[in-house]
Design a protein around this ligand. Structure first.
Ligand code: HEM
Length: 456
């Protein structure tokens, strides 16, 4: 049995039946439609569905989702958001909610583990994502962004999302995995592309292992096998490298980190799972945030001029504010989810164990009390002082806050700087975009189409 087969065999996709499914009278009010319809509405139409539920039920409501009609209780409000983020991680589990990604990310994935396993993995991964580590990554990200931007067609409309996906993927391969060998990069690119394209049908199919012998599921298993082979080869070679301490990529840092943190170092299987997790969590999220930023800049000449000035003068704070405002107005992930391991009172509501709870990022970012004129794109919000705590939450919060938050903001600033020093950016009249759910993230439906021309 190969490591891939072993990993797939160990993944248990069956729903957790150790908790009974609560009845309606144990929950806040919510829609009564079949769970499949509610799940589909949440997946497909979350941008209109969730605000509609708030209008109907207020700042707390319960959804019923497949499988089993398991409830998800969504909240809105800074106080309850704080309570959930700061809550005891033994009570508020995060890993369970992401179990559907298990067969791809693997059982050791930071996103999937809870309790002591999470604490250890987080401790080992954290040094590579500290603010002080970012400077080491910036040079390679800048080189990747420069090459990408130089290749853009001028005066011709294109989908910025596709180009941003290409940039962020290259960043993961070179800066996170630290692969430098061109031949290996060429073999990795199609495999990571296929891995990040997780269709809902594929995800649902994981619950039925016999499907892995057929059609699209069989192909996914084959891609996984080939990707794992390359990753394990890379890890083995890197372990033998004599210059690990001088290397600045994430994988090299993860290989040396155990000793200094006083923890058992990460095994090959753990490293593989964390690399795939970073790939899936860090690639399309950042690409979508960046393409929305370019879209907003392309629709507003004054904003373009201000952002170009910031790029020219090295005003990174302004470019970071553009990226933050992009993540506010166009949240990539709609909510943060925790699984209740015991009955608890959340936001003043008594809730049973065995349900998911979480703050709605969408509702929080649209709250006019904290973000006046919430539909306007205004980076200045992040310069005239910070938003109130627990209101700007694109990266979640607490012990599970996105480990790549600083990384994605650094990447965003570098890419915006390279685009804006080179080009004027425009969105053609009538080419408005709106969010659509792809894989697990919200992306611009039409790919945030822009036209660029060299600056005069
Ligand atoms: C704009 C870009 C990004 C957005 C909007 C985003 C959003 C999120 C959110 C909402 C969570 C869940 C937080 C919670 O449960 O409280 C998360 C977790 C995570 N993200 Fe990100 N993310 C982004 C970029 C990245 C990048 C660049 C990486 C790595 C290279 C990354 C790696 C992770 C990991 C490993 C976790 C799990 C953390 C844990 O459970 O301890 N993300 N992210």
């Amino acid at each position: 049995m190969s490591l891939t087969d072993d990993r797939l065999a160990k993944m248990n996709m069956r729903p957790d039946r150790s908790f009974p499914v609560p009845s309606d009278d144990e929950l806040p009010a919510g829609p009564r439609w079949p769970a499949l319809v509610q799940s589909a509405a949440l997946m497909r139409f979350r941008h209109s569905f969730i605000p509609a539920l708030q209008r109907r039920y207020g700042d707390v409501f319960a959804l019923r989702l497949v499988p089993e009609r398991r409830p998800l209780v969504l909240f809105h409000g800074a106080e309850v958001t704080k309570q959930i983020f700061a809550g005891n991680p033994e009570l508020f589990h995060a890993g369970k909610g992401n179990a559907v990604l298990g067969p791809i990310m693997g059982q050791h994935s930071l996103l999937l583990v809870d309790g002591a396993d999470h604490k250890r993995a987080r401790k080992l991964l954290m040094p590579a994502f500290r603010q002080s580590a970012m400077a080491g990554y910036e040079e390679v990200v800048t080189r990747i962004a420069k090459d990408e931007v130089a290749s853009w067609p001028r005066g011709e409309e294109f989908r910025s999302l596709e180009r941003m996906n290409a940039v962020t993927l290259e960043v993961i391969l070179r800066v996170v995995f630290g692969v430098a060998d061109e031949e290996r990069l060429a073999r990795l690119r199609p495999l990571v592309n296929a891995t990040v394209d997780i269709k809902p049908l594929i995800l649902l199919g994981w619950g039925y292992p016999f499907l892995q012998r057929f059609g699209p599921w069989k192909r996914v298993v084959e891609v996984q096998r080939q990707l794992d082979e390359l990753l394990y080869a890379e890890i083995a070679e890197r372990r033998r490298a004599g210059d690990l301490h001088e290397r600045t990529d994430v994988l090299s840092q993860l290989l040396v980190v155990g000793d200094s943190e006083g923890e058992e170092p990460l095994s090959d299987a753990e490293l593989r799972d964390q690399l795939v997790t970073l790939l899936l969590a860090g690639h399309e999220t950042t690409a979508s945030g960046l393409s929305w930023a370019l879209y907003e800049i392309g629709r507003d000449e004054a904003l373009l001029a201000r952002a170009q000035e910031a790029a020219d003068t090295g005003d990174d704070d302004y470019l970071e504010a553009v990226m933050k405002e992009s993540l506010r107005l166009h949240p990539i992930i709609p909510m943060v989810v925790r699984f209740l391991m015991r009955p608890a009172t959340v936001g003043g509501v008594d809730l049973p164990a065995g349900i998911s709870v979480g703050p709605s990022i969408l509702l929080s970012h649209q709250d006019p009390e904290h973000f006046p004129e919430p539909d306007r794109f205004r980076p200045e919000r992040f310069l005239d002082g910070n938003p109130a705590p627990n209101t700007w939450i694109p990266f979640g919060g607490g012990v599970r806050r996105c480990i790549g938050a600083g990384f994605s903001l650094m990447e965003g600033v570098v890419v915006l700087r390279e685009v804006l020093t080179a080009y004027d950016v425009k969105v053609l009249p009538g080419h408005d975009d709106k969010p659509r759910v792809r894989n697990i993230t919200s992306v611009p439906d039409k790919g945030a189409r822009i036209v660029v021309s060299p600056r005069g």
